[in-house]
Design a protein around this ligand. Structure first.
Ligand SMILES: Cc1ncc(COP(=O)(O)O)c(C=O)c1O
Length: 397
């Protein structure tokens, strides 16, 4: 009998590629397992352990057999803790019905884009952007419209630049401040202008607040706290970075009830509930002491300052000062043309092969002259990795 193994994939899966950051992290992991001493600056996660009180809450949850399904959009207890935390930090006033808990912030973004973006709708994404935004929009059949930001302003996008890209098809504007990959923080008056633009035109603001607790110089701010914010803004939040809980997979959405309900439908048919044990841990993280966040931020500030000083001393590198998150995004175009390297991609792959340091090339974030360095690494690793980068660049000259 003839054999004809099926080989057809759905068209929509061809609209997306593997997350570039996850690919670099997988390469680093493979090299490490082969016994190489790799310094990994590619990962977007704090090197701190999850706080002890949070871990204990999870252990208690297991011991008390809190190990079954929960409501798909999260437990009432966790939703109450999320809205209370957001109120305390940003002065918003959400009810638990305006909140859904998701399997990581990433799935929340995926769900909300599926719920709001139709075939052909445009979604504005400032550049540089977090890798997944564009592919999540593509997968929904939408069109990512990239808006440049100026490097001299530290990559904080302006309302003016966004306004130039709005068309009748614009459905949403994604704002990620502080930004992954640049660490840019958009000043509050500019966020207010962006909000006004969106509100006048009936456009959603999708506010990715994943790094909102990691601000070095500015006061905490959520666009959802503006008058009318609850109608126009969907908050996409995560416990991953704030509480060093990347592996626990807890994120959330805050927004109008009809949007939360629409996302909720998707959750019931896709992830069902986030892990029950992680939800108990998340309640403790949000409602318990917040000291770990303050300590982590103080440590990140030291590491940021050290990283910047070192990067700026490398010939051919320039670096803006990141105002939030834990990434530096140096411009490396000064080394192009040396040692046969002409792009960030070539730089990153040669750096890994020859100096065993991983960084993410800027192409992944929509720019052609940068690399992303996560400084959420120990001081020892920062020193070792930056020494290696410096030496690698010197050898190229
Ligand atoms: C900007 C941004 N948004 C969302 C996420 C998603 O985080 P998680 O799915 O771990 O909550 C990340 C993670 O790297 C991120 O950098």
């Amino acid at each position: 009998m003839p054999v004809a193994p099926p080989s057809v994939l759905a068209e929509r899966i061809s609209r997306i590629s593997v997350s570039a950051t996850m690919k670099v992290a997988a390469d680093a992991d493979r090299l490490r397992r082969e016994g190489h001493d790799v310094v990994d600056f590619s990962v977007g996660e704090p090197d701190f352990p999850t706080p002890a009180n949070v871990k204990q809450a999870a252990i208690d949850a297991i011991n008390k057999n809190f190990t079954k399904y929960t409501p798909a959009g999260g437990t009432a207890e966790l939703k109450a803790a999320i809205v209370q935390r957001h109120k305390t930090d940003y002065g918003t006033d959400y009810s638990p019905a305006e909140c859904a808990v998701t399997v990581g912030g990433k799935y929340g973004i995926f769900a909300v884009v599926q719920a709001l973006v139709s075939e052909g709708d445009e979604v504005i994404i400032p550049v540089p952007y977090w890798v997944s935004f564009a592919d999540i929009v593509n997968y929904a059949g939408g069109k990512a419209v990239f808006v440049p930001s100026s490097e001299a302003s530290g990559f904080a996008v302006s309302a003016e630049a966004i306004a130039e890209h709005i068309t009748p098809k614009t459905r949403a504007i994604i704002i990620n401040s502080p930004s992954n990959p640049s660490g840019a923080v958009i000043p509050t008056p500019e966020l207010e202008k962006i909000f006004a633009l969106a509100r006048e035109r009936g456009i959603w603001i999708l506010a990715d607040e994943c790094y909102c607790r990691f601000l070095y110089d500015s006061a905490p701010f959520s666009m959802a706290s503006l008058p009318g914010g609850k109608e126009t803004v969907i908050v996409m939040g995560s416990l991953s970075k704030t509480y060093a809980m990347t592996g626990w997979r807890v994120g959330f959405l805050l927004g109008p009830k009809f949007v939360i309900d629409a996302c909720g439908k998707l959750l019931t048919h896709s992830t069902s509930n986030p892990n029950s044990i992680a939800q108990k841990a998340a309640v403790e993280a949000l409602a318990g002491p917040q000291d770990s966040v303050v300590e982590m931020l103080a440590e990140f500030r030291k590491r940021r300052d050290y990283t910047l000083e070192r990067l700026r001393a490398i010939p051919g590198f320039t670096a803006q000062t990141p105002q939030g998150a834990f990434y530096a995004y140096p411009n490396i175009s000064g080394v192009f043309g040396k040692g046969g390297i002409n792009t960030p991609m070539e730089f990153a792959s040669r750096l890994l092969a020859e100096a065993l340091v991983t960084v993410v090339p800027g192409e992944a974030f929509g720019t052609q002259e940068h690399i992303r360095i996560s400084y959420a690494a120990s001081m020892d690793d920062l020193k070792k990795g930056l020494d290696r980068i410096e030496e690698f660049v010197k050898k190229l000259a």
